[in-house]
Design a protein around this ligand. Structure first.
Ligand SMILES: *Cc1c(COP(=O)(O)O)cnc(C)c1O
Length: 400
């Protein structure tokens, strides 16, 4: 029996350079972003300026988590209580959670075989639900035809918020993910493209939205200490009518992120190298389907998805078990009980008027998911494919 022994949850260590910068912050004792000396810019303010520069967007706010960013983005566009918010039926639980937290009502939209939003269903749900906001998850890095999404939404006056938790550094037709919608949200939680444990960003080119987001995040009226926000005039009318939902980023996390941002493009290149090896290896295994990537999709392969389209639920369970026994941690989106990071839409039971999503349910029933930590190399990826190939054979043999 072939086996694999490296952990799928082991990210790269924080670099010595980043550690040194964090230590420097700790020596000052000025860990909260607004604790600055005369004329000093905080690490958090500098990070925001640098991330805005990376995206080519004027405004950026760093905050406590990706889910927090999604919540505050909805509040900052002034979502009305009880309003519908369109979102992918296949996403991570913080997305419908953020919609609920902002007083909205998730309106789930079907996905297609390649794990992108189903455009026909988007148009249908947009027209029948009355929702005027789309919170679009580029789930597991699969990027829709953004020209089409923006056309559909612009024609109906729908505001787009991009959830870029898996597309930091990715592009569509050469344009960075997060620059299409009115607002974009990012996560710097450990398993995303930069790692500060927890953390997130909100970016936008809309001065009013950014001003509200900054006040919501708990700026104690110290917004003049930010470097990637609009001028004081944008805050004048809203400063006293915008609640503080306290969720700031701190200088320690910002310090380690600033160093990681310098290496982000290089990390993305390394992910794609590993993704390429896994994709090719998996495609060679009979019975496995890997989602197609669109020509204009410049994705970041920090995880990989594949389906065993002919497998029954029992065969899927046996397959995931056979991989696990051999040290390959495969997650399965079809399980009835959410496990780890996988959850299917029907486990978000707080959603009222839940609509069935037959296509999404069918697609998730045979969909597997694997992390690709940068602690793996190309040899590891080939070994993983060999293990998966053997597990497929074992399960198929057992099914006869
Ligand atoms: C991780 C993630 C988020 C939110 O990130 P947190 O920082 O963990 O709150 C949002 N959407 C998707 C698709 C994610 O994977």
């Amino acid at each position: 029996m072939r086996t694999f022994s490296k952990p799928f949850t082991q990210q790269e260590p924080i670099s010595e350079e980043a550690i040194a910068r964090a230590v420097k912050v700790m020596r000052t004792g000025r860990l909260t972003r607004y604790n600055t000396l005369e004329g000093e810019d905080s690490e958090t303010a500098l990070l925001e300026q640098e991330f805005a520069g990376y995206l080519g967007t004027p405004y950026c706010l760093a905050c406590a988590s990706g889910g927090y960013a999604l919540h505050v983005a909805l509040k900052a566009i002034q979502l009305e209580q009880g309003a519908g918010v369109l979102c992918n039926g296949f996403t991570l639980s913080p997305v419908p959670g953020a919609i609920d937290n902002a007083g909205g009502r998730p309106v789930l939209v079907e996905i297609d075989e390649d794990l992108k939003l189903d455009m026909g269903d988007l148009e249908r749900k947009a027209d029948t639900s009355g929702a005027r906001v789309l919170m679009l998850s580029h789930m597991r890095g699969h990027i829709c035809d953004m020209d089409r999404v923006m056309d559909v939404c612009e024609a109906r006056g729908i505001t787009v918020i991009e959830d870029c938790a898996h597309t930091m550094g990715a592009r569509w037709k050469g344009r960075l993910s997060g620059t299409f919608g009115k607002v974009a949200c990012f996560s710097t939680q450990t398993y995303k493209h930069m790692n500060s444990g927890e953390g997130g960003f909100i970016t936008t080119a809309d001065a009013d939205v950014m001003a509200r987001a900054v006040i919501h995040s708990g700026s104690y009226m110290l917004y003049d200490r930010h470097l990637a926000v609009p001028g004081p005039e944008a805050f004048a009318d809203i400063r006293l009518e915008t609640p503080n939902y306290s969720g700031r980023m701190d200088n320690l996390r910002a310090a380690i992120l600033r160093v990681q941002l310098e290496h982000l493009d290089e990390s993305c290149r390394r992910w794609n190298l590993l993704y390429g090896v896994l994709e090719q290896g998996l495609r060679e295994i009979s019975g496995i389907r890997v989602p197609k990537r669109a020509q204009h999709e410049e994705y970041v392969g920090s995880s990989i998805q594949f389906s065993l389209e002919a497998a029954s639920p029992d065969a899927m369970r046996a397959f995931v078990g056979a991989c696990g026994e051999r040290g390959v941690e495969v997650k399965w989106f079809g399980a009835d009980e959410p496990a780890g990071f996988t959850s299917r839409f029907d486990s978000w039971r707080y959603i009222e008027d839940m609509i069935e999503l037959p296509n999404t349910r069918r697609i998730l029933a045979t969909l597997c998911d694997m992390r690709i930590p940068l602690t793996f190399d190309e040899t590891d990826c080939r070994q993983i494919c060999a293990v998966i190939g053997e597990a497929v054979e074992t399960v198929m043999a057992g099914a006869d």
